[in-house]
Design a protein around this ligand. Structure first.
Ligand code: 6PG
Length: 253
């Protein structure tokens, strides 16, 4: 499998790596094709990376005019809600960088009709990435891993995991008694580079199962992210890696 697992000393180093990868890829993509398309992840882990991108020197490296920002998933709350993934990215990064508002594409988690909201987001993706049929390809997709092995809002044993046609769907998450909107596996697995950020000792046991246990991706949805023609990187720290036994890349060695 084409998978890179990189172990950093600390979570801050993971964030630095993610921010530098984003900035470097943005520079290259815009120079080569005039646009950089990225799907952001929610949760708390990417916040530090977003803040680094909002500050010098990385802020100056990113050609913001040509960056198109999307989200891999969203909670069903308004954009100013403390749980909103959009709000977190806006506060940590987007409010502090010179990106045109028209380049920021948030999922409307507050919509009364989530199905229509997901369908409209799929249409926006197709329009901005300029692909009518087939599966669009984001340059970079950031993901996290929840303590139950979920990623984006693909939770264990939920319907969205089996979606094969639609790019974005609402997903009922019974154990949280809520709905989410999420990108689906066909779209996530077509990314040019998929980067998981999963530092922290709290993730160690699940990470061991996801990376080294038997394949069972209905139970461990993070296992189902295996881009066919893209790069898959897991950036973790020593705390998250304590139970791993494989021979992985140790950053700096
Ligand atoms: C969300 C996410 C989700 C997240 C993981 C990890 O909306 O909750 O996008 O998939 O990335 O739950 O979250 P933490 O970074 O907070 O551990």
């Amino acid at each position: 499998m084409n998978r890179e697992v990189i172990i950093f000393e600390t979570g801050d180093e993971v964030a630095q790596y993610a921010a530098e990868l984003f900035a470097g890829m943005a520079e290259e993509a815009v120079a080569a094709r005039g646009v950089f398309t990225v799907a952001l992840s929610g949760g708390s882990t990417p916040k530090t990376a977003y803040s680094l991108l909002a500050a010098k020197p990385l802020q100056d490296q990113v050609p913001w005019d040509n960056v198109q920002i999307f989200w891999g998933d969203e909670r069903t709350v308004p954009p100013d809600h403390p749980d909103s993934n959009y709000r977190m990215a806006r506060e940590a990064m987007l409010a502090h960088v010179p990106i045109p508002e028209a380049n920021i594409h948030r999922m409307e988690g507050e919509a009364a009709d989530l199905d229509a909201s997901a369908a409209s987001y799929e249409q926006t993706i197709r329009t901005v990435l300029d692909i009518k049929g087939g599966i669009p390809r984001f340059d970079l997709i950031l993901l996290g891993m929840g303590d139950d092995g979920h990623t984006a809002s693909l939770f264990p044993q939920t319907a969205a995991l089996d979606e094969t046609e639609r790019l974005v769907v609402p997903n009922h998450v019974a154990k949280l008694n809520t709905n989410r909107i999420t990108m689906t596996r066909p779209l996530l697995n077509n990314g040019g580079c998929v980067l998981f950020l999963a530092p922290g000792a709290a993730k160690a046991a699940r990470l061991h199962e996801v990376l080294e246990g038997p394949q069972d991706w209905h139970r461990l949805p993070s296992q189902s992210i295996q881009p066919q023609n893209g790069r898959l990187v897991w950036a973790i720290d020593k705390g998250a890696a304590v139970q791993l036994t494989g021979n992985y890349i140790i950053h700096g060695e």
